[in-house]
Write a protein that binds this ligand. Structure first.
Ligand code: 5GP
Ligand code: MN
Length: 345
């Protein structure tokens, strides 16, 4: 952060703070927000965490979850008032105000000092203080580093550490993706030192499935997965009735895209889901093919080079056709076949 000492001064005076994170928050979005909230409360601030929408139940164990205000779930009035009255607004794990839906313009209009902490590509220029790095695998890593830089590491207790650890663990796909750097493992080790329990957190996030979710996964794997071999691409297409049939809850489709990417030789994976609002797309890639560019160019979205998302206002069937119709444009980029590529280890 460029003007770190003035940021540090800002946090040394108790203030009314709001923390907002992106819609449909994942473990990094919610974990970095609740971990930061825990820390700021210890420093004497009055802190409220606001999310635009609900989030998966497998994140409910995080300390501070009970006080989260969900804008789309009865929190409109309170969130609007808190944003207008706040003195500092932290924007965590998103790079553009459109990612927080209707809250975006309220945050923009607020007179509060705005702080952006994020690791997504193409950040929007709206904040007074910016801690932004695409080198970071997770926002949690960045928030943790800021606390350490402030000399406040002793304020990190096991609950705060667990929130940050969840963000680091999930945004690296459990320390498997190419963003698993020295700093990721160093941060994770430090967080364990502060009391985060890796086995417990992994269990809470990954191993609390409902039978319906697993049945849905089985169905999606056997009936809804298509390999487009010519383009080293695999896609899941999930209809509204599929979601209904398996009583799908928020978070039930999280991680699905990774099964498509796990097929040998596949370089580009997508999940196309017919949600009630619009058709939602989730993209993953291996290597140089940028799904951030693909999502930005064709599906009003973005994210990271190898993990991004977007949406479409076309019908479900039209969106699938549009997606398939785009692949020939990328044939050259998608031609690397990992089946025949020797990978150095
Ligand atoms: P996921 O596929 O897990 O929902 O998202 C992958 C990454 O892309 C995450 O970092 C997420 O924040 C980002 N992302 C997902 N959907 C969108 C979107 O519609 N717009 C933008 N800009 N980013 C998205
Ligand atoms: Mn993140």
């Amino acid at each position: 952060m460029q003007n770190f000492s003035s940021f540090k001064d800002l946090l040394n005076k108790p203030a009314k703070v709001v923390i907002v994170t992106h819609q449909k928050p994942d473990a990094d979005a919610l974990g970095s927000s609740l971990g930061l909230a825990g820390y700021l409360r210890k420093k004497g601030h009055k802190v409220n965490v606001i999310t635009p929408t609900d989030y998966p139940a497998f994140l409910n164990w995080m300390k501070g979850n009970d006080e989260v205000i969900i804008y789309e779930k009865g929190g409109q009035k309170e969130a609007t008032r808190l944003i207008a009255e706040s003195e500092i607004i932290f924007c965590l794990d998103f790079s553009a105000l459109s990612r927080i839906n209707n809250l975006g313009e309220k945050v923009r209009a607020s007179k509060a000092v705005k702080v952006l902490i994020d690791h997504h590509l193409d950040p929007e220029d709206f904040a007074d203080y910016v801690e932004w790095s695409i080198e970071a695998a997770s926002t949690a890593e960045l928030v943790y580093a800021l606390i350490v830089q402030s000399g406040d590491q002793d304020l990190i207790d096991k609950d705060i550490a667990a929130c940050f650890y969840a963000g680091v663990m999930t945004d690296t796909g459990s320390f498997r993706h190419s963003n698993t750097t020295h700093n990721v493992l160093f941060t994770a080790a430090k967080l364990v030192g502060h009391g985060a329990d890796p086995a417990k957190i992994a269990k809470l996030i990954y191993d609390t499935n409902s039978l319906e979710r697993l049945n849905f996964l089985g169905f999606a794997l056997s009936e809804r997965l298509t390999v487009l071999e010519e383009f080293n691409t695999a896609i899941f297409a999930i209809s509204k009735s599929d979601l209904k049939k398996f009583n799908s809850k928020t978070g039930d489709t999280e991680g699905l895209v990774n099964y498509a990417l796990s097929i040998e030789g596949i370089q580009f994976a997508a999940v196309i889901i017919d949600r009630s609002e619009d058709v939602k797309l989730s993209f993953r890639s291996i290597g140089d093919f940028s799904v951030n560019d693909f999502a930005g160019k064709h599906f009003e979205g973005g994210g990271h080079k190898n993990a991004a998302g977007g949406k479409s206002s076309l019908s479900f069937a039209e969106t699938i056709e549009k997606f398939k119709g785009l692949l020939p444009l990328y044939k050259n980029e998608l031609k690397i076949n990992f089946k025949t590529t020797k990978i150095d280890v």
